[in-house]
Write a new protein. Structure first.
Length: 182
């Protein structure tokens, strides 16, 4: 039970704050040095950040060139709808997140925080996105019943196939942040 003992000491707090700030600086500088161009202000984007090899900023237009998947699901009102989008695993793969045979050992502690424009967040274990671990599809949808999604649902919404409650069907997604549990 020692791992769950909570202690507070000033040096630990300062070190942790320095690590967090340093991580944000590395992510920011890594994104700029990787040649990722920020999208124009009128263009929605999704950022893939955190413990990834290549942080990404992907625009609506760029998402159209990614592999697409259609999901027919029952929405929160009980209606059958068709969402079209990009498997989240594809976004994570392009950012250099370990998937498939590389996802083992220490990598199994990785998780993804999906963030929305209003600050809402949902957490997923990384293997939940990996087709080598599950047959359930999770997509970043940009179309609903053939039409582009607008606020308050879009332009991007996370759709989790087979999930009974839609609490993790994040609306207005802006980021996927890969982190590691201690």
């Amino acid at each position: 039970m020692d791992q769950f003992r909570f202690t507070s000491s000033r040096p630990k707090v300062v070190r942790r704050a320095a690590l967090v700030l340093g991580a944000f600086a590395l992510i920011f500088c890594g994104t700029l040095s990787a040649g990722v161009q920020p999208a124009t202000s009128d263009q929605a984007t999704v950022r893939v950040t955190g413990k990834v090899e290549r942080p990404l900023v992907v625009s609506e237009a760029e998402l159209q060139s990614f592999p697409r998947k259609h999901l027919t699901v029952t929405d929160e009102k009980g209606a059958q709808v068709i969402y079209d989008g990009v498997p989240v695993a594809e976004l994570l793969r392009r950012a250099g997140t370990p998937l498939g045979k590389q996802l083992k050992g220490v990598q199994m502690r990785l998780f993804v925080v999906v963030g929305a424009s209003d600050g809402y967040q949902a957490v997923f274990a990384l293997p939940e996105f990996d087709p080598d671990f599950t047959d359930r599809a999770i997509i970043l949808a940009d179309r609903k019943n053939g039409k582009a999604m607008q606020s308050p649902e879009g332009p991007f919404r996370l759709i989790v196939e087979g999930e009974k409650r839609h609490a993790r069907w994040v609306r207005e997604v802006t980021m996927l942040d890969v982190e590691q549990a201690q």
